[in-house]
Ligand binder design. Sequence first.
Ligand SMILES: [Ca+2]
Length: 416
Amino acid sequence: MRYRGLGSAKRWSAIGAALGAAMLCTSGLQAQQDVPRQAGGVPVAPRGIADNPLPAGPFRYRTAEGMDIRVEVVARDIEYPMALAFLPSREMLIVTRKGELRRLAPGSNRTSVVEGGPVGVFAGESGDAGTSHAYIDIALDPQFATNRYVYIAYNKPEGDGRVLALGRGRWTGARLEGFADIWVAPTGVSGVMRMAFGHDGTLFFTTSGADAQNLSTAGGKVLRINPDGSIPADNPFANSRTARRDIYSYGHRGALGLAVHPRTGAVWESENGPNGGDEVNVIRPGVNYGWPFVSLGRTYPGPWQAGRGPGHEVFEPPVIYWTPAIAVSGLMFYTGDALPKWKGDVFVGALRTGEIPGTGHLERILINENMEELRREVLLYDLHQRVRDVKQGPEGYIYMAVEQKDGSILRIVPAD
Ligand SMILES: [Ca+2]
């Protein structure tokens, strides 16, 4: 039966092809459009619905779980905000692609520049070849109350080029002082440095590169160091003679989000596939997550990754995935009380959906106790904004950094 079915499908497909060829001959129409391509056969993204200006707001939404929300524009005087963090004073610190550290007081809608951060290299548009984000991520030390360390991941100048680095300085209440690098990337690391502190106080961060499967290089990995830059003794390759001792997991393409599960303490990672195969992974020590051998998505020019169909055989599979890609970015677990029906849910930012600019948004994923997906909800799609970071604020509201030239900080509060 199975073979007869297949034969029949083949026959129909042959008939279809013949009909198609006949139509092509008679009408002169092509079956598909040719699209402009850039280097490597990558299609040039269409701009038709990009660059929608953000209205003044606020915006009200009914949501799937029956909880109505209001989305407020907190600040809109920021170019390309990349990430945000909250100080114990409830003040927000923001880092930008242009290499600025900015602060925003609670209740204010104007940010101001903070001095004392490192010099960064800013170039190009996000997503284009040769792009450089000057500042990428910001994190507070788990012992911030006593040591006042603020960590910044950034691209620092080196010769005529740039190199990824991660450093820290002390917050004086008005500026950073004594900023110094604790980790500088070797050659071959091309991008991505999202950071998260584990419950044990160690610092996890992400890299991309063409060598995700090579344990002697630093690209395409989740790395783990102590806050002073030293190597934790329980790192999976801490005693290896050949592998880098700072590697925690490998086989990653490019992780734009990193967060610690509030109950299990596991590090979760959101990772970009190319045209498809975006993933959320639960990170475990020494484990191989499969890039570039396997993917659930296609490459930019069209063929499946690695010349196979979609799949993730042999390697550690993602717990959540997207095809086509949503350019999955910031990652957050919601633990607050202000939006009670979302408690425990996973939130991710999206920069663009299906390779079309102007389609960024926020997604909410409800998972069960075994970390399996039950429901998924797309939020704020009609605002057409690139959601680069998502963080829970001190009042239990959800804050987002919208990374574009006319960038902004948004927040979700309960509708009144
Ligand atoms: Ca993978």
